[in-house]
Design a protein around this ligand. Structure first.
Ligand code: PEP
Ligand code: MG
Length: 324
């Protein structure tokens, strides 16, 4: 199976009936972008920019950030790059950013909450991304999608959007990204519940099923005993995904999934059946997920999504899907 998947990795990912789903790669480092392309990735669906901030003894300056983002964009040769703004804090502190000790770091100052307390850091990162993605010497755009982590409602999105809009106005169009979108991660249950109020304002959603599952089920994703129960195929999580996709599509916006669930063989048809447009997985999994998509059609995917949504526990979902 793996050998067959490898041979067809550069072909578009389409279901049996031709339904198109984009398969992208999650990256923890810009130097891995070329490898992702070699494995058949059609985009980078999640660049975790934390690496850049953790690799330095102080905040990386504008030019350092531009050089890093440009490296990934150039390796992608016109394929989109979805870069997530800094998602640290909580359990991932930065040595040069003292954060008061918290009893519940996963419920504390992390992601967009933290960067909004340091608007100058967010501004430098957004500026670096916009400048790095300026069209190349021939005028060919470098497609850039920027996404904000841990957004809980439209208030946080608007605060970040204001910084973004100001930069877009300020930087001459020839010097910055021309093909650019600003979206949010859906990984806090409130954002999924409020997706109808976010959808008109964002350009896209990317569902982070790792955190969405952790916060929906109230199970620490790294818990030594309980983490196996933090299953993204839980019907409560699937309902939140369903609501998110419905809201996005009602406003003509696309939805990706960039959590671990996107590479789970049982979950792939369920996510497609729920209407997800893009799956972003570790680079190693790209050929396998593309091959998995070719095994079923959209009608079968919809039937599997219905079946899963009708179950009461994640165990029941897995049993029902396996039996089918
Ligand atoms: C997620 O939460 O699903 C996600 C993709 O982000 P991270 O794993 O980096 O928190
Ligand atoms: Mg997350």
């Amino acid at each position: 199976r793996e050998a067959e998947a490898w041979k067809t990795r550069f072909e578009e990912a389409r279901c049996r009936d031709g339904h198109r789903v984009e398969v992208a790669a999650n990256l923890g480092n810009t130097t891995h972008a070329a490898d992702a392309v070699e494995r058949g990735a059609e985009a980078v669906g999640l660049l975790r920019t934390e690496f850049l901030f953790m690799a330095h003894a102080q905040e990386p300056d504008l030019d350092t950030q531009i050089a890093e983002y440009r490296e990934a964009l150039d390796a992608l040769k016109g394929r989109p790059l979805v870069a997530r703004t800094l998602d640290v804090g909580g359990d991932k502190p930065l040595p040069y950013w003292p954060v008061p000790k918290e009893d519940n770091p996963f419920l504390g100052l992390r992601g967009i909450r933290l960067t909004l307390t340091r608007p100058e850091v967010l501004e430098t990162q957004l500026r670096a991304l916009l400048l790095a993605a300026a069209p190349d010497a021939e005028g060919t755009p470098r497609p850039l999608r920027i996404m904000l982590p841990m957004v809980k409602d439209v208030g946080e999105f608007r605060a970040a959007r204001a910084v973004f809009d100001r930069l877009v106005d300020e930087i001459p169009p020839t010097e910055r990204a021309t093909d650019v979108q600003l979206g949010v991660m859906i990984e806090v249950p409130s954002a999924a519940l409020l997706a109808p109020t976010l959808a008109p304002e964002v350009d896209f959603f990317s569902i982070g099923t790792n955190d969405l599952t952790q916060y929906t089920l109230a199970i620490d994703r790294d818990h030594p005993v309980l983490s196996a129960q933090a299953d993204g195929l839980h019907p409560a999580v699937l309902r939140l995904i369903e609501m998110t996709v419905a809201a996005a599509h009602a406003h003509g916006k696309w939805v990706g999934v960039c959590g671990e669930l996107a590479s789970d063989a049982l979950a792939v048809p369920v996510l497609v059946g729920l209407g997800v447009d893009e799956l972003s997985v570790s680079a190693r999994q790209v050929p396998l997920v593309k091959a998995r998509l070719r095994e079923f059609g959209l009608n079968e995917a919809r039937a599997q999504a219905e079946l899963a949504l009708g179950q009461a526990t994640s165990e029941a979902v897995r049993d029902a899907l396996e039996a089918r």
